[in-house]
Design a protein around this ligand. Sequence first.
Ligand code: PRP
Length: 210
Amino acid sequence: MITIALPKGRLGEEAEEIMIKAGVIRKKIPQDSRKLIFDLSDTVRILLIRAQDVATYVEMGTADIGIVGKDVLVEHNSEVLELTDLKLGYCKMVVAAKKGTTKENLFSMDFLKVGTKYPSIAKKFFSNISIQSEIIKLYGSVELAAVTGMSDCIVDIVSTGATLKDNGLEVVEELFESTARLVCNRSSFYRELEAIEAMTSAIGKTVAGA
Ligand code: PRP
C-alpha cells in the first residue's frame, strides 16, 4: 500500500488528473465528500491535506509520497526526496513593493518591514544582502501589507501578476521559480523502491507528454 498526500484545491485536482493519466490511480476522489482518507484500491490510499502540511505528512512517514509546491519545500526546508517536477502551479517568489520603488532605493535601506506568508525565505533573503528585517507573518492577502504601508515590501509568490498590478505594486526582485514537486519519504523510497520508481517514471512520462 502506497499512501499519497494530495493537496486540497486546484493543484491537487490537477495532480489527480496526471496520476489518473499515468495509471497510478484508477478513479477520481469523490467531490461530494468531506472525507479526508480514500482507499482507491488495494495498493493506493490518498490523504487530502492542506498544501502547507503535505511535506510534514511525508517527512513523518504518514504519507509515502506527496505533491507539494517548491515554495513550501524551501520555506520549511523539508527533509524529503524530490522525485520529479510536475510542472504544475508555476509561480515566482518575489520581493514586491509600491509601484515606482526601485531595487536600488529599497535595498539601500538598513532596515525593512516585510509582510509575508514565507517568514523563513524572507528573513534569509534580507539577511544575505545584509539588511535587517522585521518579518510580519501573514496568512493571506499579503499585498495589503505594502499597499497600506504596514510593511515596506512583501515577499510572496506571483503567478499571473494580476494581484500586484490591481493593487499598485510591482516586482522589485525575483528570488526563485516554483512548481509542484512529487516528493517522497526517505525510508519509504528504499522500502517501496520498485513501486515508487515505477510510479515516478509513469508520472514523469505523463508530464512530458510521452
Ligand atoms: C497567492 C499569492 C498572491 C496571489 C498571486 O495568493 O499569495 O496573493 O496568489 O497570484 P497572481 O499573481 O495570479 O495574482 P492566494 O490566491 O493563494 O490567496 P491568499 O492571498 O489568500 O493567500
